[in-house]
Design a protein around this ligand. Sequence first.
Ligand code: IVH
Length: 670
Amino acid sequence: MTDQNISQHIEKLRNLLQRWNYAYHTLDKPEVPDSEYDRVFQELLDLETQFPQFISSDSPTQRVGGVPLESFSKVAHKLPMLSLNNGFTEEDLADFDRRAREKLNVETLEYTAEPKIDGLAVSIRYEQGLLIQAATRGDGSIGEDITQNVRTIKCIPLKLLKNKEIPDILEIRGEIFMSKAGFLDLNQKSERKFANPRNAAAGSIRQLDSTMTAQRPLEFICYGVGEIQNGTLPNTQFEILQTLYKWGIPIAKELQLVRDKTGCLQYYSEILKKRENLPFEIDGVVYKINNISDQVALGFVSRAPRWALAHKLPAQEKLTQLQAIEIQVGRTGVLTPVARLTPVQVGGVTVTNATLHNADFIKEKDIRINDFVNIRRAGDVIPEIVSVVLSLRSDNSEEFEFPSNCPICNSPIIQKSKFFQCTGGFSCSAQRKQSIEHFASKKAMNIDGLGEKLIEQLVDKNIIQTVADLYDLKHEQLVNLDLMGETSANNILQAIENSKKTTLGKFLFSLGINEIGETTAQILANHFETLERILNCTDLENETTNISGIGKERSKSIGTFFNNETNRQIINRLIKNGIQFEEKAISVVENNSNIAGKIFVLTGTLQSMTREQAGFKIESLGGKVSNTLSKKTHYLIVGNEAGNKIAKAEKLGVQFIDEPTFLKWLENKD
Ligand code: IVH
């Protein structure tokens, strides 16, 4: 194949993926099964690995996140990002509608109506159809540059669908949020619990390490535009959003055109009915006058437009009493305080417990035993304490103190920033139970039927201690347990046997390494290809920090896990007991002798690609990128306006190469 053919084929794959992405995320109508998407994605990834000269920043493969930032830089908004006036009652809505009609001197008005999603406002700038910058709202005038993080959100197009009408500069505005399902899933998977979807979204988007953001289920819905240059948009709010949708930008499915306050009210009551079933949390609905010239004529008062209103929904909160605080011990020993509450109905469900997250949460909210507290259901599911009603506090309220020993195994408890942690490790049965549960779960080793109740019995009766013991289980040990019989015992043993055939990625995930989710486990598997290589690696932390998509925090955790002798013993026993990995290396990279096995440091600006892309290309060819020069560095790649690294490289005797040489090497030419 000639270079031109390859580049055309790559372009074809990208366009296909872009179209499927649009169908899946924006239209919500998947065109192909996930497996087909994955196959084409892999084909593109393989081609880009083989021919890195064709990687471009708008490729669907470039969403894994990049080198961590030191801090966010500031972005000045060309047009300020405003907020909305709130209305709480029918009267507030009537006033808003009347004032607008009087000012415009019209009898009747058309509005767009859409949900007010509880997330974070963001501005995203496209130039020539390519995403070039994203910023938070900040104070409305100056926000923070979160481009790296926004690029990892799959439903946000890196490139708009081809259309000659797209303005040269198009700034869109909308809400980044986490769906209720995404939030619940994240909280279940990670040791760090977020109080609600909004906090989870905020915490995820403000990560300096974008590889962390890439793992979070963030979504985006556009509700308006900012700066536009060299191009025009329709003259109604509704048509503008429809046009953006046509270009690949997600908008609210619930967007509707309504007339007058009666139409608004009808929309409000429909949304109120649907609230529980909406995939995201909302705190209101937003009405905007549809005609843009009317919007311009009405203008703004202080920082809110006169042409829009946020009609707030009633908060779903209830009052109840906190009877006790109990401690739960998680998989990694982190202690989570849980509030036992006098049962109360919230949004149609009886709530008896609420998580108190950690010591800081209890302190900040000044929560005491016997207090009266307001409860709401975060993500409309997880009950949380919103506030304490101090006016109802009585003399019998009691401050809570974390125990100094684990309530399960009595090991000493240590404090790590805002978390308390049991030091018992494998000697703590709570930790053992949870790590076994994680190991057996569907996305890990998928041992069907091995659930919480059974694991509890197996651990409490000392039949098993670690995950490795599962593979020594005998029929007679199972058959007499509660809720077990001949058939179920046989089924469990069969499920355990079946689980032996797995993939390296799933196996690594099942080990329950702190902070290592499915995606990171798969990245590790792709990088090392075999378990032996991981076990034989002498400095895993260092080796993994430079892998694209891993980042510092997780590489530390990987290093700590594999340095632990008990963990290594368990892994060895699992392998001895017959765990096997089905997959082969994901892509066999053509041996590039200049790059494979070499350590590179980059300095200055490259003309043909960003540093991030250069790093990605080097890694995909088996090389490594480091941030600091040392004697171990093989080559310093020197771009424009290189700093003092050249002098340092000379001192250390590190060879340096210019950009044309580097490009030749990427193509595997000398
Ligand atoms: S319009 C000039 N529309 O609410 C209009 N905002 O209270 C500015 N929000 O900062 C915003 N859904 O984060 C608009 N459909 C929607 C919205 C929405 C959520 C948020 C947004 C904004 C805040 C204003």
